[in-house]
Every structure is written in C-alpha cells, then in structure tokens.
Design a protein around this ligand. Sequence first.
Ligand SMILES: CC(C)(COP(=O)(O)OP(=O)(O)OC[C@H]1O[C@@H](n2cnc3c(N)ncnc32)[C@H](O)[C@@H]1OP(=O)(O)O)[C@@H](O)C(=O)NCCC(=O)NCCS
Length: 231
Amino acid sequence: MTDERTPDVLVVLGPRGETDAADRAFLLAAAGWAVGSAPGAMSLDRHCPTCGGADHGRPLVRRAGTAAGTAAGPGRRLDVSLSRAGSRVAVALSFAGPVGIDIESVDAVARAGFDDVAFNQVELAALAEVPAEGADRARATIWTGKEAALKAIGVGLRVDPRALTVSLPGSGGVAQPELSAEPGDGLPRLLPRLVRFDAGSGLAGAVAVFTTAGPVLRVLPAGSIRGRPPP
Ligand SMILES: CC(C)(COP(=O)(O)OP(=O)(O)OC[C@H]1O[C@@H](n2cnc3c(N)ncnc32)[C@H](O)[C@@H]1OP(=O)(O)O)[C@@H](O)C(=O)NCCC(=O)NCCS
C-alpha cells in the first residue's frame, strides 16, 4: 500500500453490530461520509442475481433520486461491500469499480476442515509447501481472496470456489495474492485484482476490485467516518 495516490478503495473497520442490519447501517454511514452526503440522503438496496430478491445479495448504495450505485454523483459510481468475522465488521468503498471484501478468523478457517471443497489442486499443492507455522495464515489468505473475488463478481458461493485460483504472495517478489481462473466456469473473462490488508489480530482480510492498475487501499478505523470526508 502507498499513500502517494488517491486511494481506489477505502476500507473501514469497526466493531460488529448487534444485528446484521446494524452492520448495514454502518456501511451506509461510511458510504455517506465518503461522498459527503447528508445523513438520510442515502439508501442501501440489495440485489440477488440468482432469484432477483431484494432482501439478500450484493449491497448497492444510492443517493436519493439517483440510480443504484451512483451515490458518488451523477455518472460516478460508488461500489460497496461488507464482511463480518468474530467481533469485527469491515466495509469497502470503491471509487474504482465493483468491489468485494472478506474478513475471516485465521483460526476459524483452519478449523473449518473444508480444504477439499474450498481449494483446488494448484492451491492444495501450494499450501503443502508452506511451513507449518505459516499454514493457517496462508489458508486464510487464499480463502479471503476467493470470497472477496466472488463478492466483487457478485455471485458469491453460487460459483464453486475451486474454479478460482489464488496464488500466495511471496514467491517471485509478488507482494499481493493473484487471481486466475479457467474460462468457462461462469466467471467473467476479466477478473478483479486482490489486495490483502490487516484486519486486526487473528484476522485475515482481502479486497477484490475491478481496476486496470494495482489498486491502492487505505484502511481506516470506524471513528474516521465522524471526521472530514476524504478529498
Ligand atoms: C456472499 C457470501 C460469500 C458471504 O459469505 P460470509 O463469509 O458468510 O459472510 P460475510 O460476512 O463475509 O458477508 C456477508 C455480506 O456479503 C454480501 N453479499 C451477499 N451476497 C452477495 C453477493 N452475491 N455478491 C456480493 N456480496 C454479497 C452482503 O453484504 C452480506 O451482508 P448482509 O447479509 O448483511 O447483506 C455467501 O453468503 C454467499 O455466497 N451468498 C450467496 C448465496 C446465494 O447466492 N444464494 C442464492 C440465494 S437465492
């Protein structure tokens, strides 16, 4: 991450609310802050691409009187995403393109015992090479990258996560996990880019965003959204 460029994606981390609706209210407050909108002038819709339902699926924010997704201003999109793990909630606000965020407890991913349904042969081989002390973190890095990507694409786990391959950072000087997929798996030809972030103690975090260049991420504490909005 670097602060030299205006961030493409703002990540705001906070304490998880008592209800899922409270977390969505936090997302809406963060989105309103990011675009300098008056409280109450923004609303959040959800859209399920499978059944068309409006009570689950990808979140979309809108400013009153505008189309969903155009909250940042006429013709200017603000894409958002939300994830919860343990006592934390994380929201992503993207000015660059559709975004997905995922946070997970490293221990919970290790305990899940879902390697066979979560990871493909390439990933299982890469994980087998990781020294024992880094294995749980590596597993969580791959899994959060996949979930973030599936949210950015909008399909969630309706697509088999093994259709995506997340390569671990570190090899060949690559600083971020990289995403690839075989064509024909119900995934778009162009895939989002992945960025890891520090989601807090014991957690792994990843953002996936459709951008042409390596996205710049800025991670902020919840209290930031009471201050001045970003330039
Ligand atoms: C999206 C999904 C990967 C989230 O997994 P998770 O790790 O359990 O939960 P997280 O806390 O990280 O994320 C939950 C948030 O993901 C977002 N989300 C849900 N579906 C999404 C989708 N298709 N695309 C992008 N984001 C989505 C929502 O903001 C949700 O919060 P909400 O329930 O308050 O609205 C998983 O729930 C999933 O795949 N759901 C889709 C299943 C589906 O399509 N079923 C068909 C229904 S008709």
